[in-house]
Design a protein around this ligand. Structure first.
Ligand code: DX5
Ligand code: ZN
Length: 214
């Protein structure tokens, strides 16, 4: 797949006491979207941020908010996150009954948001094939969701290729352990959106780090 690579820095690695500063830092350095990791302490063992913080982020962010829901019962929170200003809303395949997924995608889109679905490292690519036409984005996790700063699981990269073979158009996003080297592997397999938290925020030169992913 050719074309633009959408880089979405994860604010999970930002300084939450200086969130506005850290959002502007990536915006002026070429970030395309802002990745917001929402965790509930049930679907994943960690708790991060919720609706009020997303609403505050929306007031200062100039680029689209790419909201990654790592929560149980995502449908319940679609409307609150839509009102908070999410532009792309991604739920986890593992958090929804399979026969309710199509309806959830329609529901997300009914608020004018792009709909994304994410698969955890142990979930096979074929589980999402039947939803590719309905989805705007498929997010392939390359770490177990829950924490920033983990090691890229290289064996997940093959799934990107399998999904790309089924759909030329869908945005394939990769999240977890992304840096200059692992980004190359993902792009080589057909990914066109990269999330990176620690690689971008812990870098001495944010602009250079973002550019190195494109
Ligand atoms: C992990 C989150 C990621 C995380 C990535 O569960 O979904 O978005 O912030 O962090 P890095 O890029 O440090 O692996
Ligand atoms: Zn994420």
């Amino acid at each position: 797949m050719k074309g633009k690579i959408i880089v979405s820095p994860s604010i999970l690695s930002a300084d939450f006491a200086n969130l506005e500063r850290d959002i502007h830092r990536v915006e002026v350095s070429g970030a395309d979207w802002l990745h917001v990791d929402v965790m509930d302490g049930h679907f994943v063992p960690n708790i991060t941020i919720g609706v009020p913080v997303v609403a505050s982020v929306k007031k200062v962010a100039k680029i689209p908010l790419d909201v990654h829901l790592m929560i149980e019962n995502p449908r319940k929170y679609v409307e609150p996150f839509a009102h908070a200003g999410a532009d792309i809303l991604t739920f986890h395949y593992e958090a929804v009954k399979e026969d309710e997924i199509s309806d959830l995608i329609k529901y997300i889109k009914s608020f004018g948001m792009k709909a994304g679905m994410s698969i955890k490292p142990k979930t096979h690519a074929d589980k999402c094939f039947m939803f590719l036409e309905e989805l705007d984005m498929l997010l392939v996790m390359t770490v177990e969701p829950g924490f920033g700063g983990q090691m890229f699981m290289a064996d997940c990269a093959e799934k990107i290729n399998q999904i790309r073979e089924k759909s030329e158009d869908i945005i394939i996003q990769v999240d977890g352990g992304i840096n200059k080297e692992t980004a190359e592997i993902c792009k080589g397999n057909g990914a066109n959106s990269l999330v990176a938290g620690s690689y971008i925020y812990k870098s001495d030169n944010i602009e250079k780090a973002i550019l190195s992913l494109k």
